[in-house]
Structure formats: C-alpha cells, structure tokens
Design a protein around this ligand. Structure first.
Ligand SMILES: Nc1ncnc2c1ncn2[C@@H]1O[C@H](COP(=O)(O)OP(=O)(O)OP(=O)(O)O)[C@@H](O)[C@H]1O
Length: 271
C-alpha cells in the first residue's frame, strides 16, 4: 500500500435516542421521565487507507457510513478508538485539519441558500484563507471541468439537484485539499451529471493524487471509481477488498449482477 493517510483503530460510537410514545399523556410523562434507546452506530471499526486510493464505503441504510465520515471529518467525536488522518486527530485539531480535507454531503448543502453560488465561494475563500491566486486558478479549473459557468451567479435555492451537486463538489475543492470525503455525491443526479461527476473524481485522483473516500448506494459509482471496497453493516466492518475479489468470490462476471451480489453479501452477514 502507498503511504498511509488514514488510520482508524477500534472506533466506536453510540447515540442515545429518546423513546417517544404516541399520545398526549405519554408526551406529558416524557417531560419528567426520559427513557432512552442506545443505537450502536459504529462498533470497533479499524481500517487504514493509503495516499491516492479511491475507496468505496458501502453498506445498507443505517449501517454507519455517514457516522464514519463525520468522525473522519471531525464533526463527530467517537466514544472510543483512535483516528489519525495525515497526522491529525480530526476532532481535536479541527480548524487546521479541515484545511486539508474536502467534504461533500449529498443530502446537505455547504452553500448559502439565498446567495449566488459565487458569493458562497468567496465566503469559503475567506473562511479557509485561500490565497487569491490559488482560489482563482482552482475556480477556473473547477468551473471549466464541472461546467458551472451557466449557473454560478444563480442563488443555490434556484438550482436543480444536479447543478447544486456540481457546485458543492467545486466548493469542497477550492482550497486544494489532498483528501476528499464524498457522502452520496451522485444522489439524484441524471445520467449525464453522474458521468460528469465520476469523470471529474477520476481526474482529480489521477492528476492531483487526491485520495477519495466515497459512500454511495449506486454500485455503478463503485464500479466506475473504487479500487477498493469497505463494506459496513450494523456498525461493523464486514468486507475490505477489491471489487474483483468480491466478484471472484461470487463467480459474478456481469455488470448487472453487482447489486444482487451486494444483497447476497448483506444476507450472508444477516444485515
Ligand atoms: N445524530 C444521531 N442521533 C441518533 N442516532 C443517529 C444519529 N446519527 C445516526 N444515527 C443512527 O446511527 C445509525 C447509523 O447511521 P448513519 O447515518 O451513519 O447510516 P448510513 O450508513 O449513512 O445510512 P444511509 O445509507 O441510510 O444514509 C443509524 O441507526 C442511525 O439512525
């Protein structure tokens, strides 16, 4: 493996969720006595990722993918375990750490909703203290390759999902991070936008050596991009290997069967 850039050891994270019963009486009771369920989102997760890899992080709904990305990007503090990324512990050195990473959550926007996209970019330039020349060079490159010119002056709330996702990806790369976390970056995109986003991810990985961790439910994303798959189910890491190894194990050749193979793997692990 290339130089290790990410090292997770025994990461665990639980959430306490308040139990809520239906009805007014129960709601009134809950004001005085709180009852909780504990959700074990991550259990003893360990893996390492090398510089320049594109890793597909997959698993069914509620498996713990976004929670892992949030831990790795410093948004969430785990209950146990250690996480070293480029020499940083993400949640303790967040301010300097985030200058080295880009994060896209497909389900959430990092752009200011009511202002033109370009104004959000200018704000990000100030927040990340991006030198003017680097900002202008990156903006030009991102705008050309993601084809943003047509809507870069439009407020985010008026953009289509695909247009917004292209703007989000550009926003995450303005500061030239060497590590990119993409949480469902192709969610809801049409075929053309999906291909454009996939091609773009390949290009920044090949040409700039950006390491990419990608969560997705679209197995075609995995097929097009990931050299390696990490599969998680019910908070536990279940598979770490290449797509070819996984195919070999199930004797699957056809592209169409990839989803079925994943479902089979989920079943094998009873998730
Ligand atoms: N803030 C939170 N409070 C309570 N429970 C949470 C919270 N965030 C996540 N969980 C729970 O932790 C588990 C893992 O959630 P997570 O969002 O990491 O899953 P995921 O693999 O990203 O799922 P999906 O594919 O549906 O996006 C789920 O059971 C979820 O309900």
């Amino acid at each position: 493996m290339q130089d290790t850039i990410i090292q997770l050891e025994g990461i665990g994270k639980s959430f306490k969720v308040a139990k809520r019963s239906a009805g007014l009486v129960q709601a009134a009771k809950a004001l005085f006595v709180r009852d909780y369920n504990v959700v074990e989102a991550l259990k003893d997760i360990s893996f390492s990722i090398g510089k320049g890899e594109i890793v597909g992080y997959i698993g069914p709904n509620g498996a713990g993918k976004s929670t892992t990305i949030k831990v790795m990007s410093g948004i969430l503090v785990p209950d146990e375990g250690s996480c070293q990324i480029m020499g940083y512990t993400p949640w303790t050195e967040r301010v300097t750490y985030v200058k080295n990473i880009g994060v896209v959550f497909g389900q959430r926007s990092q752009l200011w909703w009511d202002v033109p996209v370009i104004d959000s970019y200018e704000l990000l330039k100030d927040i990340y203290k991006i030198p003017r020349q680097m900002y202008e060079d990156n903006l030009r490159m991102l705008s050309e390759t993601l084809d943003l010119a047509e809507f870069i002056r439009t407020p985010v709330r008026q953009l289509s999902l695909g247009q917004r996702m292209r703007c989000e990806i550009a926003a995450s790369l303005l500061h030239s991070p060497s590590l990119l976390f993409l949480d469902e970056p192709t969610i809801g995109l049409d075929a053309v936008s999906k291909l454009a986003v996939r091609q773009f991810i390949k290009t920044i990985n090949k040409e700039q050596g950006v390491t990419v961790i990608l969560t997705t439910h679209d197995m075609a994303d995995i097929e097009a991009l990931a050299d390696r798959i990490l599969m998680i189910g019910k908070g536990t890491l279940l598979y770490d290997g290449s797509l070819e190894q996984l195919r070999g194990r199930f004797g699957v050749q056809e592209k169409e069967s990839l989803d079925e193979m994943i479902v089979q793997l989920y079943k094998e692990h009873q998730i």
